[in-house]
Design a protein around this ligand. Structure first.
Ligand code: ASP
Length: 342
């Protein structure tokens, strides 16, 4: 029998409405099958590990990603797949971070959550949870897992985790993967897009977890009228190693001389400058317009078509992993875990 580990971290999915007060409160997972009797019909052995104090995902921190990764590491060999129940607000960040931290992963790690709590009649939680479990348990006839990566399942779609972003605070269809096709669609059957799935990694037994993320990164979103001082104040942030500029269109900034002056100050302080478009889809093409030429002058790194979530967590991972700046620069431009198109 296939075994699935369910990790409950918090978020709306694990809450029920208190009948008396009407307030949302964390759900006792021992009673999971009472709330979702359909779970008993699944022919899998499901084990649950809950955070002692379930959290709203807005309170997630790199240490919490480490805690989730540790649970996966400790239970990796005994389980066929993992389902992480997580609030939707920062799910794309956790999925992106785990996609880097879980090195040479060859089992499914599926994050899911919901917009409405499990006890509510119109909840999206049941479908999301049941299908996520089914995906985490799916195998090929040769017994190898169908999914061998970190993915997000939400409202009938499975997405590559480090390609997702939350696009709606209210819609059930809360996530998008603007620059990479869905990995699967769930209808009557679960239709996998096999050509877009990660292939089986050859070092099947070399799974490793990298914990040492460094949050010495910052970001600044450009807008017409931004003041030089708003950008410059980042220069005094202690230990800052990288700054992500959220730029216009295909990676454009300003042609005003003060902008080059500020960029140069970052370069002189050895702070990596990353050029990430504010657009939801498409990629940075540095050097296409005059307005991006200053980024080229200061050797800014192009974030290509990566999401903001993948850009930030990839930097945290690389800064933790390599002390050499040139190695961080080189690796940032490479596709490490399916987050970047060539
Ligand atoms: N604020 C909640 C969270 O992210 C929302 C949700 O669960 O979807 O934890």
């Amino acid at each position: 029998m296939r075994s699935i580990l369910l990790i409950y971290t918090g978020g709306t999915i694990g809450m029920i409405q208190d009948e008396e007060t009407g307030l949302l409160k964390p759900f006792d997972f021992d009673y999971l099958s009472n709330e979702i009797p359909e779970l008993k019909k699944l022919d899998y052995q499901i084990t649950t590990i809950c955070f002692d104090t379930p959290i709203d995902s807005s309170d997630m921190q790199p240490e919490t990603w480490g805690k989730i990764a540790k649970i996966i590491e400790n239970n990796y060999a005994q389980n066929d797949g993992f389902v992480i129940l997580h609030g939707s607000d920062t799910m794309a960040y956790t999925a992106s971070a785990l996609s880097f931290m879980l090195e040479r992963l060859s089992k499914p790690v599926i994050l899911t959550g919901s917009q409405l709590p499990i006890g509510i009649i119109r909840t999206d939680a049941k479908e999301n949870l049941l299908t996520a479990i089914e995906i985490a348990a799916a195998k090929h006839p040769d017994n190898s897992p169908v999914i061998k990566e970190v993915a997000v399942y939400f409202e009938y779609h499975l997405y590559r985790g480090n390609r997702t972003t939350k696009i709606s605070a209210q819609q059930f269809d809360a996530f998008a993967s603007p620059n990479y096709p869905p990995l699967a669609e769930a209808g009557v059957h679960i239709d996998y897009a096999f050509e877009y799935l990660k292939p089986l990694n050859e070092n099947f037994n070399s799974f490793n977890v990298f914990y040492n993320l460094k949050n010495t990164v910052a970001s600044i979103k450009l807008y017409p009228g931004i003041r030089k001082e708003n950008i410059e104040c980042l220069l005094s942030v202690p230990h800052l190693q990288a700054v992500v500029f959220e730029t216009f269109g295909s990676g454009n900034g300003f042609t005003a001389p003060w902008f080059l002056e500020v960029l140069k100050k970052f370069e002189n302080q050895n702070i990596l400058i990353v050029n990430k478009t504010q657009c939801l889809s498409g990629k940075v093409e540095q050097g296409k317009y005059a307005t991006s030429s200053y980024f080229t002058k200061v050797n800014a790194l192009s974030a290509g078509d990566m999401t903001f979530e993948a850009t930030i967590t990839k930097l945290m991972y690389l800064l933790g992993k390599y002390s050499s700046v040139s190695k961080v620069r080189e690796q940032f431009l490479m596709n490490i875990s399916g987050e970047l198109s060539s």
